[in-house]
Design a protein around this ligand. Sequence first.
Ligand code: CAA
Length: 257
Amino acid sequence: MAYETILVETRGKVGLITLNRPQALNALNGQLIGEINQALDGFEADAGIGCVVLTGSEKAFAAGADIKEMQSRSFPGTYLDDKFADWDRIGRRRKPIVAAVAGFALGGGCELAMMCDFIIAADNAKFGQPEINLGVIPGAGGTQRLTKAIGKSKAMDLILTGRMMGAEEAERSGLVARVVPLADLLAETLKAAEAIAAKSLPSVLMAKESVERAFEVTLQEGLRFERRVFASLFATADQKEGMAAFAEKRKPDFRNA
Ligand code: CAA
């Protein structure tokens, strides 16, 4: 597959996607979102891949949706096109995706990072939803995911003022799982992704699905869902292997079965 706006590699059991439009600070145009989806389709279908890392450059994870592409759009065209349906597919993937964010993660860039399962940020990362400065609002989930991640007060602050927040504030707010020095960002994120990819894939997929449920349903419904999924994992060979390995004081050899 020839990609023009991203770089795609595999590192062992980890799929690595690097956004690659440096001249536009990785602004997210339709082609780039399409290519991310193609790469993710490939990784989802590849039984050898257990986790995906999504990253950008040292200067920008992504500076937002491509403003120049959107500039001349009309209301009916924007509404009818349902431009963000393609973006939504990124947030509905089954295998875990970890975002490694350095530099700007603004507007759609912040929204793309939030579609991933968790974010590891470099100490130079800057997050924000500056759409208000353009006379619009976040359109790819920012008003919803940011609010769920950091709460109403801070989400309102960021979305209404359009200000940026640094890595430390983002970690303190719960948007970011960890902050690491810029020089270590990719290595640390790949290490986390490799650790995930070494687990039993059925349990990883079910853990991800169960955490996602917490955002969709009531506590009691979520607990019932978790209980059923927990029980179902006892039908896997990997549960037998994982628990036997613990009892025998050795590392488990998971077969995704
Ligand atoms: N879309 C299109 N092009 C963009 C872009 C964007 N979101 N962000 C940056 N670029 C382009 C610039 O136009 C510039 O291109 P030229 O060299 O051809 O002029 C190039 O990238 C470098 O950018 P700057 O010269 O502006 O770099 P800087 O270091 O001075 O500033 C920045 C960096 C503060 C991130 C600034 O580029 C900026 O404010 N970008 C826009 C951020 C933004 O408003 N994002 C929200 C977009 S709307 C959205 O995302 C909607 C949604 O919810 C999905």
